[in-house]
Design a protein around this ligand. Structure first.
Ligand SMILES: [Zn+2]
Length: 167
């Protein structure tokens, strides 16, 4: 997306800091979005103002998001034995009953567990079960271990204690 008329670029105010924008500017009387919701609604309705790209970048960075792990940074010689996707095509429709399906999910969980043992600061799990027609898709997600969900995380106990405190 390009911003053609910079006159209408507006910063987004932080809700807990009334004079500060997400990108760190001090706000006074110039037009600004009063919060993220205001900016998003304005964008959704194709309003006149557009959100300041630095504010938007900071907000997106701050969101706790599921991470897509970038395999393009791994040298080719280190890719042996690694996989990012597993596809099985049957030559014709086959019956998928619950039992083998659960075993497939269990196998994926085992792969996730192994990955967690190598990445104790992270958690990975089969996240979405879907598909269309006769195609089944299982999506696997990973994110930082915020709550000590990974039993191999050396800081797990502390993270669990902190997340219990918040509730
Ligand atoms: Zn800004």
């Amino acid at each position: 997306m390009t911003i053609e008329n910079t006159t209408y670029v507006a910063c987004i105010r932080r809700e807990n800091k009334p004079n500060e924008s997400w990108c760190g500017k001090t706000l006074s009387h110039e037009f600004h979005f009063i919060d993220i919701d205001h900016a998003a609604l304005n964008g959704e309705q194709k309003g006149l103002h557009v959100a300041c790209p630095s504010c938007a970048k900071k907000i997106i960075e701050s969101l706790c998001m599921v991470q897509k792990l970038d395999s393009s940074t791994i040298p080719k010689e280190d890719m042996r034995g690694l996989t990012t996707r597993f596809i099985v095509d049957f030559p014709c429709p086959v019956t998928m009953t619950n039992d083998p399906y659960q075993r497939i999910v269990k196998a994926i969980s085992d792969i996730c567990d192994h990955w967690e043992s190598e990445n104790p600061e992270m958690v990975m799990w089969p996240f979405m079960f879907g598909g269309e027609g006769t195609v089944d898709i299982i999506e696997v997600h990973a994110r930082e271990d915020f709550y000590g969900d990974n039993p191999k995380n050396p800081n797990g106990e502390q993270l669990r204690a902190e997340s219990n405190k918040d509730q």
